[in-house]
Design a protein around this ligand. Structure first.
Ligand SMILES: [Zn+2]
Ligand SMILES: [Zn+2]
Length: 247
């Protein structure tokens, strides 16, 4: 069995800072491939990095903002028209995910949610701190602090003896300590370097809690222009579009 690979197809924030593509983290877990979030620009991001769309079994969503789930209508339209998908696709996220995703599909491409696809499209709504088995993945959400019309989560995903946690978007909350505990990699947003705003973490704040994070590796992502300007000053690893790591 090969080492799991994480590809940051998109490592950007909401507003295109640094010209980066929006959040789209691809994980090749050998037996399963999945996305952590699927921002509006994800289809371009995945094609840019030559990721086989039909090999993606599941899309796991942290929260329902467009830079985290807005790529799904494009993904599904591609699956129908270009990739000719036949394998099932599972979308899992907070309560309200199916309704919001189907609404987005129909706003962007009227009638898309009613198309009789050649693949099964299913939805699973995740409950706070409840582990859900999705094929070979075990997914546990942790409620964070980021208003987005549905409960926002950090996600912890375990598979084949490996585990990844991802903060989604949130201000600091001790829920991140629980999500990251014992994982191989914790991917965490760091929107600003030292400016404090509601609902996002600054690098300074993350750094101040670093000793509490019991994980092997921490990688920051979802950075504003202000944070990107400070990249030479940071000690933690950071994501870039196209960066691939093995765990
Ligand atoms: Zn975001
Ligand atoms: Zn957000």
């Amino acid at each position: 069995m090969g080492s799991p690979t994480i590809t940051f197809a998109g490592s950007g924030d909401t507003l295109g800072s640094g010209g980066r593509l929006q959040t789209c983290i691809h994980v090749d877990a050998d037996s399963t491939q999945f996305l952590l979030d699927c921002g509006a620009s994800s289809l371009s991001a995945l094609k840019r990095h030559e990721i086989d769309l039909n090999s993606i079994d599941a899309i796991l969503l942290t929260h329902l903002h467009g830079d985290h789930f807005g790529g799904i209508p494009f993904f599904i339209l591609d699956a129908q028209l270009v990739s000719k998908r036949t394998d099932p696709l599972l979308i899992a996220g907070p309560p309200g995910t199916e309704e919001r995703v189907r609404a987005a599909m129909d706003v962007l491409f009227p009638g898309l949610s009613d198309v009789d696809q050649a693949f099964e499209l299913s939805f699973t709504e995740l409950k706070d701190q409840e582990e859900t088995e999705l094929g070979s993945l075990r997914v546990t959400p942790y409620r964070v602090v980021h208003p987005s019309g549905a409960p926002p989560y950090a996600l912890r995903v375990a598979f084949n003896g490996n585990s990844i946690a991802y903060s989604g978007d949130t201000e600091w909350t001790d829920a991140l300590i629980d999500a990251a505990h014992g994982t191989d990699v914790f991917i965490c947003e760091a929107y600003f370097f030292d400016k404090e705003v509601p609902y996002h973490i600054s690098y300074d704040t993350l750094r101040s809690h670093y000793e509490e994070l019991e994980c092997d590796r921490t990688i920051v992502t979802h950075m504003s222009e202000e944070m990107l300007a400070h990249l030479p000053d940071i000690e933690l690893e950071h994501a870039d579009d196209g960066v691939q790591i093995t765990i």
